[in-house]
Design a protein around this ligand. Structure first.
Ligand code: TRP
Ligand code: ZN
Length: 475
């Protein structure tokens, strides 16, 4: 097996040194735009979901129940033609509302089949329907758009969203990139079902989330229809395109697996992907039933991306993953995908959990005990980047994917495990996945669950490991 990683922060490698430089600018711009935008009060939907890390991500005044995305991509010209139909419900009276969309040209917007006025303001697509929407009203927005999608650059310097490759595009939207390829209410607070109709040049494969409903080829193009019925945050949507070898099968638990692998990565990926059924079965034993009907992998050849993403039902990898990475991204299907964040400051609920899953996998498959992994990390000097900031509220300046979130987040869970014992610890993990399945969870709710399940007071443990600056003292 792959030896457990000693270097827990990882899903990306390239940019750590740039964090500080790039951190402040986009945040400052976002704050200015937010200030200039509509106030939350009255009858206009807010320009953001209220998340201070990404003030313009998501929007106020409505929820999207379903996205129906029809996209055609010309890989050579890098041109995207899109039509998005959003079925939504107003949560307040709305004379105006925003969607998130960046780049691309919008040619028309309709609300319930009536042409609506629209304008662009930074990442906001501001829509003014002919008739105001009543609070509680269901409505349908159709946006026609096209252009050459470009990724956004996150505060940590990484590319996020629609990232062109030499044979298509690597599409991963965490935390802000969904808006680079479809108009969205792009904050994990809003979860929706999705239909994708993706047309690409014949010979290319277009892979999205959920199950493949069908594919057909005509006039030199192939159309793939995908459906994800389970609620999904916009950042977890993908429509990755490339030349892929495809493998399909159904697991013993009835999960439909679809693996798409760039031939250049096939040799390295094969022995790892072979383990997917056993990894999912192992994770299901630990965390409870797999939360989705479909699973799989998209193994792209995208050397300058530098990370993988837990796209719902089907993680996308920038190159052949190692076994720990496969374990990590699939653990996110429970922790991060099925149970979503309500605010990005809680990111340790995703990354700490997925990292701890790697430790547990090693421990139960002949690798290092979790305690040994913990000890090796704890031995790092107080000056190490691991202790640079506490993981419970890492801050907006490119820190959400840093070592403290992954490694100290996992250490927090290990401390919890030691405090409550294995039996209660795994009961807590299963109750968390089960109780918040398809929905959301906050750190405060997790702490409460841990205390209720164990009957212990754990406030000190969590405040030390999640919120206290510097290297914690040993308990
Ligand atoms: N959530 C991903 C993982 O841990 C990592 C990730 C996604 C990421 N998008 C990113 C890291 C952008 C850095 C920058 O599996
Ligand atoms: Zn992760």
């Amino acid at each position: 097996m792959t030896p457990p990683r000693r270097q827990p922060a990882r899903r990306r490698t390239a940019v750590l040194g740039r964090e500080a430089v790039l951190a402040t600018v986009p945040v400052a711009v976002a704050a200015l735009l937010a200030a200039a935008g509509p106030a939350a009060a009255g009858t206009t939907g807010a320009s953001g979901a209220g998340d201070p890390y990404f003030p313009l991500s998501g929007n106020g005044g409505y929820h999207v129940g379903h996205y129906d995305l029809t996209l055609r991509y010309d890989t050579a010209a890098r041109h995207l033609d899109g039509k998005a139909v959003l079925t939504a419900r107003a949560t307040q009276r709305l004379t105006r509302f925003d969607l998130d969309l960046t780049g691309l040209k919008v040619t028309s917007v309709t609300v319930d089949r009536t042409t609506a006025a629209f304008r662009r303001a930074g990442q906001e697509l501001v829509v003014t329907p002919r008739h105001a929407l009543r609070a509680g009203q269901q409505f349908r927005v159709t946006v026609a758009y096209h252009g050459t999608p470009k990724p956004v650059t996150d505060p940590d310097g990484s590319a996020d969203g629609w990232i062109p490759t030499d044979d298509g595009a690597f599409v991963a939207g965490e935390p802000q990139g969904a808006m680079t390829w479809f108009p969205a209410n792009s904050h994990p607070q809003d979860k929706s079902s999705y239909d994708f109709t993706l047309t690409v040049p014949k010979g290319c494969t277009a892979v999205a989330n959920g199950v493949l409903l069908g594919q057909h080829t005509a006039h030199g193009r192939t159309t793939y229809r995908w459906r994800e019925t389970q609620p999904m945050a916009a950042y977890l949507a993908t429509a990755t395109i490339g030349t892929f070898d495809v493998e399909r099968y159904t697991t013993r638990d009835g999960i439909q697996v679809y693996n798409a692998v760039d031939p250049r990565e096939a040799r390295a990926a094969a022995p790892v992907l072979k383990k997917l059924p056993s990894v999912l079965a192992w994770e299901s034993r630990l965390f409870g039933p797999y939360p989705f009907r479909a699973a799989g992998s998209i193994v792209d050849h995208a050397p300058n991306v530098g990370y993988a993403l837990e796209t719902q039902t089907r993680p996308v990898y920038d190159s052949a993953p190692d076994l720990s990475t496969l374990v990590h991204e699939n653990a996110h299907q429970w922790f991060g995908d099925s149970v979503s964040l309500t605010a990005w400051k809680d990111i340790w609920l995703n990354e700490g959990f997925a990292t701890y899953a790697e430790w547990l996998y090693a421990e139960q498959h002949g690798g290092d005990r979790a305690q040994k992994t913990f000890d090796a990390l704890y031995a790092r000097p107080a000056s190490d980047a691991l202790w640079a900031y506490p993981p419970g509220d890492p801050g907006s300046g490119g820190k959400i994917f840093g070592t403290p979130v992954y490694a100290r987040g996992a250490m927090t869970l290990h401390e919890l495990r030691k405090a409550v014992g294995d039996e209660d610890f795994f009961r807590i993990l299963r109750a968390w996945a089960d109780g918040h399945r398809g929905g959301h969870g906050t750190t405060a709710q997790f702490v409460r669950l841990a205390e209720q399940t164990s009957g212990k007071r754990l406030g000190g443990l969590f405040s030390t490991w999640l919120y206290t600056k510097g290297k914690p003292n040993r308990a």
